[in-house]
Write a protein that binds this ligand. Sequence first.
Ligand code: AMP
Length: 528
Amino acid sequence: MMIYDWSRNQAQKNGQQTAITLEDERITYQTLETESNQLAGTLINIGLKPGDRVGLLMEKKPATIIAILGISKAGGVYIPLDGHSPPERLAKIISASDLSLLFVDSDNFQSYQSLMQQEAVISSVPWIWWSADSPLKSAGEVPQFCYKDVKKHENVPHQIIRNSKAPAYILFTSGTTGQPKGVVISHRNIITFINWAVAYFQMKAGENTTCHSPLHFDLSTFDIYGAFAAGANLHLVPSDISVNPKKLSAFIMDNEIDQWFSVPSALSYLARFKAIPDGGYPKLKRLLWCGEVFPLPALQYWMESLPGVQFTNLYGPTETTIASSYYTVPEIPADDEEVPIGSPCEGEKLLVLNDQMQEVPAEETGDLYIAGQGLSQGYWRDSEKTREAFSRFVNRNGKRERIYKTGDLASVGKDGLIYFHGRADYQIKSRGYRIELGEIESALGESDDLLEYAVVPVQKQGFEGTTIGCAYVGKEKLNGKLAPAIKKRLREKIPSYMIPQYWMEFDKLPRNGNGKIDRKKLSMQFEK
Ligand code: AMP
């Protein structure tokens, strides 16, 4: 079984069923199959080899999903790239990926051109124009081929690799030193989760499901392959809708959405503006979230407004593929109640261990490790980071298991469920984005006008969740006037979601007993 088999099976069973919808554009399972076959054939013809990396500098559109399937069928490994990221950061990812090909669409052409100015190595990567219109004039070479050319190719069901241990995609996530880490995920990793999820949620053919996450986040993998495994109609959520509660609400209603899956921040936003209509969304059956804690007031609002809907909390890092545990919330939680991250999904195991790598007693907090079928083979060409995060554990039966250290703190409740207690390190989640505060500090380190600085999480009560604060000491005291200039420079280095919202100038940063910057105290000062 490979990840392209689900849509292939649907094309054979019910090819005229809509596979993907984006606003007025719809494509059927038959079109998805035919065009991805044609693309696979074209890629094989131009010499793409099994395991070659192919970058996708493209928006979330039906054509991009056709590209993903075509690349997989040709044996390639796809790497979704965020065209909104600063060129300097994107260039680091592209160089580290050692790409054989780069797909570019018209929406990302400008970003592609800035990239070429950034890194000479990028102009040597052959590129493909993946938009229906004619390619825009480029400073570099002409594209290898265009979207239009592919349609001339024969429709043959290519399947160059039939080994499910082969990598399917690499997703780059924030790295402490400023170099993003590439998590390598195999076909089998994805298949294990999708098989469990489609059965658990009883997803059915013809249902309307959503893809809210950008393609460089692994939640989108569940959206895409879950929909194809079930034979559902996958509605791609346009990115501007997330910050517009009215539009988001209308999207769910008008498209008769059966299943919604996203990070909680989109849902919190809607709750903050109380945008759910009276009578709720009559078609909505399931609401799933993952990636961070759903702020309780927002979850309570959703559950009160939609009494018939199933609400499920999914938990897991990119390194263990989409999600590793789940908890369906049985009733509206009370104000002092903690919603657990629940029980392991089938094929996964969650372990709460102490420093001696022994399981901690019930209700005691320890480090959360994950074992099982979802575990990535490691970080792309980074054996040191892989060794740090992935190790072996000898279980009670003396069997050695490969485990991943999540960096999360957790406990096992008396009820046998797992509870999340935040992070043991400086990784945070802010509006659903995974951010290493070290990556922001490393970008700040390039500023000449700062004597010292610390980037800390700032917990805001209510709907907002975690935000970011930057405490700094300038070489000159400028009464806060330095912050806008630093922010401007940061924007060239890190994505906008990593830019601290709160800035505070100090004469010197507070230190604790052992001389380290007192980050807890700083967080508290921002939270005042
Ligand atoms: P990512 O790799 O972007 O999926 O981020 C993984 C991290 O997000 C985890 O290690 C947790 O810190 C956090 N996370 C994921 N799901 C949840 C959840 N349901 N509740 C709380 N934190 C979560």
